[in-house]
Design a protein around this ligand. Structure first.
Ligand code: SF4
Length: 330
C-alpha cells in the first residue's frame, strides 16, 4: 500500500511551493511537487526536489542537546523555560528577545509572537525577514498606504511584458521563472531585465539593461516622464484615487532620455526601446527583488518601479509618494 502523503511547504524561498512528503518503509522520505498547490502546480526546482535528502543528512541535529550532551525534549524544554522565567523575574520581560527565522511558516510566526507578546509580555521579537524586506515595506507604505504587494503569480502568466528589476529570477525564484517561461512559450511574453549583472535571467531576456549600479530611480523617473509626455496617463484614475501626482511628474520631467543615459550609462536607443515597449504594451508587470531591496536607497528604488502600474493603475500608485527628494543617483 502506498504510504499516505503529508502536504507541506518548501521552506527555501518565497515562492512557497507546495510539496507532498511520503515516508517509505526504510524511513526515506519521497518528495514531490503538490499538483494542487496554487504556487507551483506540481513543479519543484532542484532545491525543493532535494528536500528529502536533507532529512537523511547525518550532520543534521535530530535531538536536543544541553551543555553539549544529547537529552530528551522534556528536559531541554524545562531548561529553556526555567532560564526564561528566571530572566523575566530578575530583569523584567524586556530582558528577553527572540530572533527567529525568515524560513518559518505563518503558523510558526503566530505561535512565536503569541508566546513573546501574549505570554512573556515583550514586543522584542524580530526575524531576518526585516533585512530582506524593510525597504520594500517602506516603499509599499509610501506608495499604497499599506504593506501589501498588489500583484499575484497569475499576473506573470497574463502579462505581455514583464520587467524584472534587480532580480535573478531564474536562480532565486526558479518555479516562478518556469511559470513565466511556459507563459512566454504560449503568448510570446517579452522580458526586460534591469540589472548591472549579466545573470542567467538576463541572458534569456529580450532586453537586458545593464545600467550603472544605483541608477534605477533615474531610469524609472525617465519612464514616468516618457509615459506622461506620450499621453499614457489615466487622468480619471489619477484624479480620483491619487495625490501628489503633479509634484511627482514635475520631479520626473527633467529625466529625459539624454539625462537618463548620462546617469545610467545606458545607450539612449536601449532606453528608448524599453520606454516604447512599456508605453505600447497594455499588460505590463514590474517585478523587483533583492537587488533593489538590499541596496543603497532601497526604499526609493522600491518606489520607483511602483510607477510601473501608472498607466492602468488600479492600486493607487503615487499615493503620498514624493520622489522629489531623490536625485536619481542614490
Ligand atoms: S522555487 Fe524551489 S526553493 Fe523556492 S519554494 Fe519552490 S521548490 Fe522551494
Amino acid at each position: 500500500m502506498t504510504p499516505a502523503a503529508t502536504r507541506t511547504t518548501c521552506p527555501y524561498c518565497g515562492v512557497g511551493c507546495g510539496v507532498t512528503a511520503r515516508a517509505g518503509a526504510d524511513g526515506a522520505i519521497a518528495i514531490e511537487g503538490d499538483p494542487d498547490h496554487p504556487a507551483n502546480r506540481g513543479r519543484l526546482c532542484s532545491k525543493g526536489s532535494a528536500l528529502g535528502e536533507t532529512l537523511a543528512s547525518t550532520s543534521r541535529l535530530l535531538r536536543p542537546r544541553v551543555g553539549g550532551k544529547d537529552t530528551d525534549w522534556d528536559t531541554a524544554l524545562s531548561h529553556v523555560a526555567r532560564g526564561l522565567s528566571e530572566t523575566c523575574e530578575r530583569h523584567g520581560p524586556d530582558a528577553v528577545a527572540f530572533y527567529v527565522s525568515g524560513q518559518l511558516l505563518t503558523e510558526d510566526y503566530y505561535v512565536a509572537n503569541k508566546l513573546l507578546k501574549g505570554f512573556v509580555g515583550t514586543a522584542n521579537i524580530d526575524t531576518n525577514s526585516r533585512l530582506c524586506m524593510a525597504s520594500s515595506v517602506a516603499g509599499h507604505k509610501r506608495a499604497f498606504g499599506s504593506d501589501t504587494v498588489p500583484g499575484c503569480y497569475e499576473d506573470l502568466e497574463q502579462a505581455d511584458l514583464v520587467v524584472l528589476v534587480g532580480s535573478n529570477f531564474a536562480w532565486c525564484h526558479p518555479v516562478l521563472f518556469q511559470r513565466l517561461q511556459a507563459a512566454r512559450a504560449d503568448r510570446n511574453t517579452r522580458i526586460v531585465v534591469i540589472d548591472p549583472r549579466r545573470t542567467v535571467t538576463a541572458e534569456s531576456a529580450d532586453f537586458h539593461l545593464s545600467l550603472a549600479s544605483g541608477s534605477d530611480v533615474a531610469l524609472f523617473n525617465g519612464l514616468l516622464a516618457y509615459l506622461a509626455s506620450n499621453g499614457a496617463a489615466d487622468s480619471d484614475y489619477l484624479d480620483s484615487y491619487t495625490s501628489g501626482c503633479a509634484d511627482t511628474l514635475e520631479t520626473a520631467r527633467p529625466f529625459n532620455i539624454e539625462e537618463v543615459a548620462r546617469i545610467t550609462h545606458l545607450p539612449p536607443d536601449q532606453i528608448n526601446a524599453f520606454y516604447e515597449a512599456f508605453l505600447k504594451t497594455e499588460r505590463v508587470v514590474t517585478v523587483y527583488s533583492q537587488g533593489v531591496n538590499q541596496s543603497s536607497a532601497g526604499s526609493h528604488k522600491v518606489n520607483a518601479p511602483l510607477y510601473g502600474p501608472y498607466r492602468t493603475c488600479r492600486h493607487g500608485a503615487f499615493l503620498d509618494h514624493r520622489p522629489a527628494k531623490c536625485d536619481g543617483r542614490s
